[in-house]
Design a protein around this ligand. Structure first.
Ligand code: NAP
Ligand code: G4F
Length: 358
């Protein structure tokens, strides 16, 4: 069973498990619009089943878990946007923190504590205002957003159920992982979509926040394998999943624009910094404090040694360069197909991210 099946990771994990011969049950929440694009290609698969439920609703979780009696649960559902967690902190806590407890307790109350293994989608945001670089399983946590604080509860409640009830449950401390299916308001996808639209004359410039933030970016398709591997071990254990390589938002921009044939140079500092097309002198990237966060995590860099050793996982199967190329190639095609009435109003999305209605 996968919660968050309609999300980036849920869709890749579904494909991965179906290829392994699993019966996959996904939890979806009711919405007035039918947003299932990432799993549309799986919906005719007879081994893929969908159930309505919500992480905010224990009864639906009990009902679905009691009915399916899953061998493995991948708890991926979350309000996963860090900036949005400052706008909706209470809701974020309910889904991201208490939601984990609801899943664990539903498993226990359905009498599955001894048979059902649980993977919890934990995060590098737990390291937040980092206390060491790079970060490993032994690095102290210092969560730095309402989202991260809620995820910290999820991490500890999983550990508690493991120790109190002997349940096989564990947390994957995953560093940022991106893809052509990444939500459009996360910085990487915002950049690859904007670069594609600028190249095709459909957007003038891209406005970003902190260009100096550093991330350890991997490819989501590679990372879902680790979620599965973590549930196939003799004993449950928490792992850091990362590439071990770090890049800035600025470097990501430079590479994405390079793939569409624009050589960018950055001039100025702070809010005055600009990304300029070397060939034409045109300003293509600007900084706005609108996208600064009240507290920003600026130095994430994971040490995947333990996952390499114990899970036999290759953290650099897809390189940073290849990841950016995959995303840009996808978005160049997507943007070329977009009809005028289908354009996503980036300005509106960006404002929403900041809680502003324009
Ligand atoms: P995502 O694309 O934002 O997907 C989140 C999923 O959760 C969606 O399917 C969403 O459903 C679902 N969801 C949200 N609220 C829900 C609720 N109340 N009840 C049931 N489902 C709900 O996230 P992702 O990038 O795939 O990440 C998957 C998980 O890993 C998340 O828990 C995230 O916090 C965590 N994580 C992600 C990264 C990363 O870099 N991607 C790194 C570390 C940890 P709708 O489609 O209906 O919105
Ligand atoms: O792409 P982001 O929004 O991802 P963030 O905050 O790292 O969170 C993602 O990764 C976490 C793992 O570490 C997950 F747990 C979480 O669920 C989510 O998937 O921002 C990355 C960095 C930040 O420092 C942000 O301040 O990029 C900086 N940034 C600069 N300009 C921007 C922008 N981020 C966004 N979203 N939009 C901007 O315009």
């Amino acid at each position: 069973m996968i919660t968050g099946v309609t999300g980036q990771d849920g869709s890749f994990l579904s494909e991965f498990l179906l290829e392994k011969g699993y019966e996959v049950h996904g939890l979806i929440r009711r919405s007035s619009t039918d947003y299932r694009a990432r799993i549309a290609h799986l919906e005719n698969n007879e081994h893929f089943h969908l159930h309505y439920g919500d992480l905010g609703d224990s009864m639906s979780l009990m009902s679905v878990i009691g009915q399916i009696r899953p061998d493995e649960i991948y708890n991926l559902a979350a309000q996963s946007h860090v900036q949005v967690s400052f706008n909706v902190p209470e809701y974020t806590a309910d889904v991201v923190a208490t939601g984990v407890l609801r899943v664990l307790e539903a498993v226990r109350l359905c009498g599955l504590a001894d048979t059902c293994r649980i993977y919890q989608a934990s995060t590098s945001e737990l390291y937040g205002k980092v206390e060491e670089v790079p970060q490993s399983e032994n690095t102290p946590f210092h969560p730095f957003s309402p989202y991260a604080v809620a995820k910290q509860y999820g991490y500890w409640i999983v550990k508690e159920y493991r120790e109190a009830y002997g349940m096989y449950c564990c947390s994957g401390i995953l560093f940022n992982h991106e893809s052509e299916r990444r939500g459009e308001t996360f910085v990487t996808r915002k950049i690859t979509l904007a670069a594609s639209r600028i190249k095709q004359g459909k957007q003038d410039k891209l406005v970003l926040g902190n260009l100096s933030a550093l991330r350890d970016w991997g490819y989501a398709r590679d990372y879902v394998e680790c979620m599965w591997l973590m549930l196939q071990q003799d004993k449950p254990e928490d792992f850091v999943i990362a590439t071990g390589e770090q890049h800035s938002v600025r470097e990501f921009c430079k590479l994405a624009f390079q793939y569409i044939g624009i050589d960018l140079t950055f001039e100025g500092t702070g809010e005055e910094e600009k990304g300029i097309d070397k060939a034409t002198g045109k300003v293509l990237i600007e900084v706005s404090p609108e996208f600064y966060r009240p507290t920003d995590v600026v130095n994430l860099w994971g040490d995947p040694s333990r996952a390499k050793e114990a899970l036999g996982w290759n953290p650099t199967k897809t390189s940073f360069e290849e990841l950016v190329r995959i995303m840009v190639e996808h978005d160049m095609e997507q943007v070329a197909k977009e009809r005028a009435e289908e354009y996503i109003d980036l300005q509106k999305i960006e404002s929403l991210e900041k809680g502003v209605i324009r």
